[in-house]
Ligand binder design. Structure first.
Ligand SMILES: *[C@@H]1O[C@H](CO)[C@@H](O)[C@H](O)[C@H]1NC(C)=O
Ligand SMILES: *[C@@H]1O[C@H](CO)[C@@H](O)[C@H](O)[C@H]1NC(C)=O
Length: 653
């Protein structure tokens, strides 16, 4: 760290940053990723403190929805007021949704007569976008405007032609804001989708984006952001460019990665989403070994390396190659050319998805892409300034969080077992420490097996009176005690040091267990089935915001949100109930048989079982006490009681 230099970015050929945004797996359901959050992200990027004529913003809408296009069209008009406002008053953060939300009310220091007209303008726009999203179609009178005619009836998110629309053409003298200043280029794109063609998920969308942007702006630096993150710092582009432009050390830097932070984590981080320790301990550690992985969002890349370029001595001389800006063509010619680059068949018989662009056929495509870049000789850099650059929305229900971790752990486990394992791919190319760093995450998924073992077997043995661990007073107990204490005390200190609370640490321990028994376990099984060729790859979406008003209240009060029937919840409840039964049954038989004096051989098991019961306390609440909509449904209670009792009876029989 600390490699950043102060440096002006104007005037250098390299400073033509291109910002492009990726709208993630935008589902058909506008509720899942509300349009207003998406365009707030876009507006925050358009308002970067950076010369607008050198900035181009692309929204890749993987659902190809006219509603998203409409929202972006509204944003392109609102930007004409928002951008000069941001610059005049030095507003931060520049996402209007975040700025006007209750979390950062503009405040007393800033005269309301200055910002309230802007707030009204924003709310009017938000209302229009919301009501159009509710209706599910755009007003008739808009159809005459450029762009809207691209949509015809019968088009769906899975079946539509390529669409590219330049909403603001930065080269055009007429594209100016309300103060007469230039605006950044703004482009909407949706690649062609046909049911018979595989679309390769986010990696496919990113590769389409790389090609479209090469046609329209072709800037040498690309930032990609997921649509659920907004820029919290208008200086981030300049900060990141300092690394690329460093005259002494910048020449071998392939990408600059900002860590992922979230702006709606509750005080004690109920679902352990904050990544505080990973962001502030793991990633700087990897940075020291040659660079952090590419995390898929909040990352600046050199365009050339996404085209598969190897690092070499000749790199310096080629700096200016390939950044000729298309000035001769007019916007509609550019749009037509760009469309031809994102058809379903464009990539056939090319290296896209293999040697060029983001890698296909793995859920953790970003990690592999980053590793391949590092193996081609490039370094990456972690940049983590105190004021966070990008803030995202963390999952606010248990199911969302578990699904997210399933995807992550499964992706990393698949990498570990494939030819892209860092030990194989990186051998002799990246440092051993970095290879090991990549593999830690790959071991999350298989870790579910020993965790499940420790959650179930010692408790069942306790019930039967079988001792598995050394007596608590025997010297053989010392290694167990040392490892258990050492690990947890160390983790606790680390967590407290990097901003977690004590209760937050306890919540994280619970989440580790819940993830291990569900996300990681499913990830392991899916990966193994896939290796055996039994199941096809699945990629689940997380819903971003819960619809029920009470659900968000419960989230703020840190009450775990179940609410739905899921096999994951059954597993969680069975583990909790089984341990409760074993603890009660085991202690009972100790007392009844008068063996209470012979506690020592079973002491560690009793302790373990009691801790498991204690950490599952919110699960018991949801099973038996809570009556709200977010508690466990009766079917889950019924099934889990059945399974746990069965296991209990079989054991004591
Ligand atoms: C989290 O984000 C959602 C959606 O943006 C919002 O409704 C909720 O109030 C936020 N919660 C917290 C605690 O920040
Ligand atoms: C986001 O930016 C604001 C100022 O714009 C700052 O007060 C806040 O601390 C930042 N958030 C984080 C998490 O750094």
């Amino acid at each position: 760290m600390g490699r950043a230099r102060e440096m002006g970015v104007d005037g250098d050929i390299c400073s033509r940053a291109l910002v492009r945004l990726l709208l993630g797996h935008h589902s058909v359901d506008p509720i899942a990723e509300p349009q207003i959050l998406v365009i707030s992200t876009i507006l925050s990027a358009m308002a970067y403190n950076y010369p607008p004529e050198k900035l181009s913003i692309y929204l890749s809408d993987d659902a190809g929805s006219i509603l998203t296009f409409y929202a972006l069209w509204e944003a392109s008009r609102f930007a004409k007021h928002w951008l000069p406002f941001c610059k005049q008053y030095n507003v931060e953060p520049r996402s209007p949704a975040a700025y006007f939300s209750k979390f950062c009310n503009p405040g007393d220091a800033f005269n309301p007569t200055k910002w309230s007209p802007m707030k009204n303008l924003y709310e009017e726009m938000a209302n229009r976008i919301d009501s159009v999203a509710m209706l599910g179609k755009i007003p008739e009178e808009l159809k005459a405007n450029k762009g809207f005619s691209e949509w015809s009836s019968g088009m769906t998110s899975r079946n539509h032609p390529p669409i590219v629309q330049i909403l603001i053409d930065g080269r055009d003298q007429g594209s100016i804001d309300s103060n007469g200043n230039a605006l950044p280029t703004l482009v909407y794109m949706a690649r062609e989708k046909r049911p018979q063609h595989h679309h390769h998920f986010k990696a496919g969308a990113m590769n389409a984006l790389i090609r479209v942007s090469s046609e329209i702006s072709n800037s040498p630096i690309i930032l990609n952001m997921d649509c659920d993150m907004y820029s919290n710092n208008s200086e981030s582009i300049r900060q990141a460019l300092c690394f690329f432009m460093d005259k002494e050390k910048g020449h071998d830097i392939g990408f600059v990665q900002y860590p992922q932070f979230f702006d709606n984590i509750t005080k004690n981080d109920l679902y352990g989403n904050s990544l505080n320790v990973i962001n502030q301990v793991d990633l700087p550690g990897l940075d020291g070994w040659g660079g952090p992985p590419y995390l898929g969002t909040g990352c600046f890349h050199r365009r050339e390396i996404l085209y598969g370029r190897k690092y070499g001595k000749d790199y310096e001389e080629d700096r200016t190659a390939g950044i000729e800006r298309q000035t001769a063509k007019n916007a509609s010619m550019l749009e037509e050319k760009a469309k031809s680059l994102i058809t379903c068949t464009y990539e056939h018989n090319t290296q896209w998805g293999q040697e060029i662009g983001l890698k296909y056929d793995c859920p953790a495509e970003d990690i592999i892409t980053g590793l391949l870049i590092q193996c081609r000789g490039w370094k990456s850099v972690l940049i983590n300034p105190p004021r966070k650059a990008f803030l995202g929305v963390a999952p606010t229900t248990l199911a969302e969080s578990l699904v997210q971790y399933k995807r992550w752990s499964e992706g990393h486990f698949q990498i570990l077992l494939s030819k892209y394992c860092a030990f194989i791919l990186g051998r002799g190319k990246i440092k051993l420490g970095l290879q090991m760093g990549y593999c830690i995450y790959g071991l999350w998924a298989p870790n579910s097996l020993p965790t499940l073992y420790y959650l179930v077997i010692p408790s069942l043995c306790l019930l039967k009176g079988v001792s598995l661990f050394p007596k608590i007073i025997s010297p053989w107990a010392i290694p167990f005690a040392y490892i258990a204490m050492g690990k947890h005390v160390y983790e606790l200190v680390e967590a407290l040091q990097y901003g977690d609370t004590l209760a937050g640490w306890w919540n994280l321990q619970r989440m580790w267990i819940l993830r291990a028994t569900t996300s990681y376990f499913y990830g392991t099984i899916d990966t193994i089935l896939k290796l055996l060729g039994i199941s096809k790859m699945r990629f689940t979406i997380t819903a971003k915001v819960s619809a029920d008003g009470n659900a968000s209240k419960r989230y703020e009060q840190e009450v775990i949100e179940f609410g739905s029937t899921s096999s994951m919840f059954v597993i969680i409840a069975v583990v909790a109930l089984l341990n409760l039964l074993c603890l009660v049954g085991g202690l009972h038989s100790l007392v009844v048989d008068g063996r209470i004096m012979g506690l020592e051989p079973l002491f560690i098991q009793i302790l373990l079982c009691a801790l498991v019961v204690a950490i599952h306390f919110p699960i018991f609440e949801a099973l038996f006490i809570r009556k709200d909509k977010g508690s466990l449904p009766f079917s889950v209670t019924f099934l889990s009681l059945g399974f746990a009792t069965l296991a209990y009876l079989i054991t004591i029989a």
